[in-house]
Design a protein around this ligand. Structure first.
Ligand code: FES
Ligand SMILES: [Fe+2]
Length: 359
């Protein structure tokens, strides 16, 4: 029995409000090829994605505006998506209907006046990023007026890249506060090559407000993390930016590693974590990418396993606690999200803050 079925059997895990009007990674864009259509679920919205003959990618709501059958059940010829039920055809980047086969010359209905929901969709860092407007707010007319599509910064011409992804059976808030949680490391990520619960020591980190989020200011990463010892005097910056992005950049002279981790709502009660990293550290050394991917998979696997276990408890809707200072970033996240949902541009940090915890 899968974890999700187990959860359904005992009750629904807690739902949360989702932030629309922003970019989210839907799937890896390499999956979009030929005349195939790919389905995805994003913020509870069913999507059908594909790539047109000219290379452009599209994301439409996967529901025919005529009778609601998924458009992905129909056909795509590289230019138009045709519904399986009555053959209405749509240009998938604009969502504009191009043909209604049942119309005769006596009908006055203009098929091209009908639009199905098509969302702005851009390829970046190997993801198909989709901009999801608030339901009912109509079509996005001017894509150039939207906020920029998120991207990992790159600091040299040559670099390696890797990505991983895992579905989490909890809502996006738990995914995100797990992502920024500083105190779980010695417990969830115990291993001889990383750290143990005995390596706990007091830490002090500096934070500052940035637009839509906060930054853990430049610092040398934990001296007790063995892999970081390969780099001399590295400087790390970690940013959290609404709605769901954690950027981490490590730079040591000309060597660098940068990543973007997002936790994306799939439905109001479930989410997916995606990690994309780029780096030039040990660029010419064979197997470094494989080794890095291996360890990253272990790391994300440990977090995923923990959240799967947590979801088991959350289906009983227990009361929860956020303590100072270790859970302060989580408190900031909830405050930022609340402000955003209320349409306010407010940051819970009014200036630099120092937090202390043991990890
Ligand atoms: S349901 Fe799609 S054309 Fe009728
Ligand atoms: Fe973790």
């Amino acid at each position: 029995m899968s974890t999700l079925t187990q959860i359904d059997a005992f009750g629904t895990p807690p739902a949360t409000e989702m932030i629309f009007d922003d970019w989210y990674p839907a799937i890896r864009s390499e999956m979009l090829r030929g005349k195939s259509m790919t389905k995805a679920l994003l913020l509870g919205v069913p999507l059908v994605l594909g790539r047109k003959k000219d290379g452009s990618i599209f994301a439409m709501r996967d529901l025919c505006p005529h009778r609601g059958i998924p458009l992905s059940a129909g056909w795509f010829d590289g230019e138009h998506v045709t519904c399986k039920y009555h053959g209405w055809s749509f240009e998938p980047c604009s969502g504009q209907c191009s043909e209604i086969p049942s119309l005769t010359r006596h009908d006055t209905l203009d098929a091209t006046k009908i639009y199905t929901a098509a969302y702005p969709c851009v390829e970046r860092d190997g993801y198909a990023w989709v901009y999801l407007p608030k339901p009912g707010s109509g079509r996005v007319q001017d894509v150039s007026a939207l906020p920029p599509v998120p991207e990992v910064p790159k600091f040299s011409k040559r670099f390696h890249t890797a990505h991983l992804s895992a579905e989490l059976p909890c809502n996006v808030d738990h995914g995100i506060i797990g992502l920024m949680d500083p105190a779980h490391g010695p417990f969830v990520h115990q291993s001889w090559w990383w750290r143990s619960s005995k390596s706990i020591h007091e830490k002090q980190k500096h934070f500052e407000p940035i637009p839509g989020g906060f930054r853990m200011s430049a610092h040398a990463p934990s001296g007790n993390s063995a892999p970081y010892k390969i780099l001399d005097k590295p400087v790390t910056t970690i940013d959290f930016v609404l709605p769901n992005r954690r950027y981490e950049t490590i730079r040591a002279g000309k060597r660098w590693l940068a990543s973007i981790t997002t936790v994306t709502p799939v439905t109001p009660t479930t989410c997916r974590i995606d990690v994309y990293a780029a780096w030039n550290i040990l660029y010419w050394v064979p197997f470094v990418p494989q080794v890095l991917k291996f360890f990253a998979r272990i790391f994300v696997g440990q977090d995923t396993q923990t959240m799967v276990e947590q979801a088991e408890g959350l289906r009983f809707h227990p009361g929860l606690m956020l303590i100072d200072d270790a859970d302060k970033p989580a408190k900031w996240y909830f405050a930022l999200k609340q402000a955003r949902l209320e349409g306010k541009d407010e940051n819970p940090l009014s200036g630099p803050v120092t937090l202390r915890w043991r990890s």
